[in-house]
Ligand binder design. Sequence first.
Ligand code: BGC
Ligand code: CA
Length: 201
Amino acid sequence: MKMAETDFKMDLAQLQSNVTLLFSLMKIVETDFKKNNAQLQSNVTGLSEKTNRSLSELRNHISQLKKKLLWKCSEHWRRFQQKCYYFSSDSKSWTEAQRSCASMDANLLVINKPEEQGFVKKWLQHKDYWIGLTDSIAEGDWRWMDGTDYNSSVKFWKKGEPNDASNEDCAEIYGDGGWNDQSCDASLHWICEKPAQFVSP
Ligand code: BGC
Ligand code: CA
């Protein structure tokens, strides 16, 4: 009996020392893991910063190269930067005008920047034209044909427009460059837009 009790105590002491050892090993592993994880995290951050930097350099480079190319438009189309524009001589409803652009691999005009508005304005010759802007899906929710965000992009509405005066869900550009919402069924000239073709210099 005495012998067994001694053995038990010895086993218990051994067990306690093993558990203590195990805990200290776990602590070491945990510390090591945390250190590696922090290092890994900072490597990943550094790498993604580098990737973003090279991506923006690459984009810059591509846009510089693009400017060196020679851009061309078909007959009856006018070029501005890397786009071609068609000013119609006949008149159609907004939907028919868009259909006509689509048949020429183009879309109704989307105005993205003041320079583009300026270019277009030069060629209006006092006529009114449809542009690729409509709120026919939901009143007041203006959408550009190509998905360009309306809220964050430039606008050239005439004073007091858009006023939805008589169910007016399509946008026109007046001969003076100001925009007006107009009934989509009205018959107007229209402007199509598509990417220019390049020929290497
Ligand atoms: C109004 C415009 C309206 C247009 C309809 C103009 O007199 O100012 O808001 O869209 O008439 O043709
Ligand atoms: Ca109007």
